[in-house]
Design a protein around this ligand. Sequence first.
Ligand code: ATP
Ligand code: MG
Length: 569
Amino acid sequence: MRMSKALIPTLRDVPAEAEIISHQLLLRGGFIRKTAAGMYTYLPLAKRVLTKIENIIREEMDSAGGQEILMPITQPAELWQESGRWNAYGEEMIRVTDRHGRQFCLGPTHEEMITDLVRNEVNSYRQLPLRLYQIQNKYRDERRPRFGLMRGREFIMKDLYSFDRDQAGLDESYQAMYEAYSRIFTRCGLKFRPVEADSGAIGGGYTHEFMVLAENGEATIVYCDHCDYAANIEIAPCARPVIENNSEPMKPLEKVHTPEMKTIEAVAQGLGVPVTNCIKTLFFQADDEIIAVLVRGDHEVNDIKVQKIHPCDAIEIADSEKVASIVGASVGSLGPVGLKGIKIYGDWAVEKMVNSVCGANENDYHYLGVNPNRDFQVNGYYDLRLMKENEPCPKCGQMIKTARGIEVGQVFKLGTKYSEALKATFLDENGKENILQMGCYGIGVSRTISAAVEQNFDENGIIWPKAIAPYTVVIVPVQIKDEAQMNAAEKLYHELQQKGIDVMLDDRNERVGVKFKDADLIGYPIRITVGKKITEATPLVEYKLRTEAESQDVALTEAVAKVVAFMTE
Ligand code: ATP
Ligand code: MG
């Protein structure tokens, strides 16, 4: 490609709407443009990255026994009613009605569609195992679409579905996909980690998420350096504290005035008590019900754990005005004492607290001398909090570490959840009807672009891993009007193309400094500059890797071989 002809609208300034680096650089580098919230056009550079990632995925899916198909994006409501998800999916589902008044959705995922296909086309054990996949747009009306391609409302997913005759078959399919995912992200040049993950409120499933490690990741993962334990913090179990019976005598309940003390830290400081002896009370909206959850002042509630003991479709922090109207106080003064008509769940660490502090459900007042069981009752004590760094590893007891990650893929043993609901069965050797065992395996293809940038950049721009770079090499002639330079650049350009290398020739009539800036911003792994030394007895060019600060002089005749060697090393 010639830069003079390419649609690469780079921007000098950081766009205001872009909060994280990958979003900024993809906009600035002229990769993507927004059309609506969470919806983007992939410009030529991004499309090339996308195609490269997709091709790696295709190769690995095919070699793991996958067969590619393509299903409609628009899905009939009836199938979702059959599985029971038409209502359960809620507001995230984009629904449309055709001219006859029939209801459809834009597919957020395809379990229903694929199960319908397979129940019609598969009836014998001889057709199993079956692994079908597609790469296409998915639609989820996310509450907060953000960070560019990271969390879109329209995004590109690879989804594979496996169908096996029994649990052992499903285990094999799962393992094959797990290994294929590991190869995919390795080939993409990304640092990643598979972690144990939440299987949703319904439970029963077995699942791993593949996390690209990056500071801006939305997910927190906990891992252990001493054993192989790694999990999404959502599911990491915290040990029940062993507390010897506290001999401190219980004090009477005392209400104190605490104006200006709006946070747990402020209350602890103001009243001269440790944060660990304060009770934090949070109210959640669990479907139609409001519930209260208590954790120790220095702990954070894990809503996934709450959802496990209080099953519901959706859980989120309750609206503060709604809470105030029920409890009679605002955030900062809430507590369990005297709370009526609301289910209260306590974290284990709260159970044995003595003479603790909590909000009095009256603005600007707290209680001192609060003792669980004496001053308030709960509907049960459970593990309800997030694990913290340096806590014991659930597997080996050594200290846990934490890191941030971007979920780029998930593998999931569904079992018979959908095959049972949609009656997808097969006949075994004895002519007996059995229910199919299913697995589903997703990769966020477009999100992987963002994740790759989030992990590979510096102050000048993107540093693409070579396997997914839009172009491997950019050739920069210093003076396009200099015939010797331009001829050499053209020759190099054609030779690299002949070797199958993706190459960009920056033939714009621009200052070399501008071209270098763009090259760094766009992030080509290799830059070859053709300058004055091209007229020396042994013509030389400057060869520079994006990952290195310095360039080196290389004989023009050696340049192609060097690039080829870089690509194969
Ligand atoms: P998240 O927890 O991030 O919302 P999810 O667990 O709901 O994702 P899955 O149903 O597992 O997502 O979808 C498979 C993959 O699709 C995810 O691992 C992720 O990489 C990608 N993905 C999901 N939602 C989005 C989105 N809104 N934008 C871009 N990619 C997404
Ligand atoms: Mg997921």
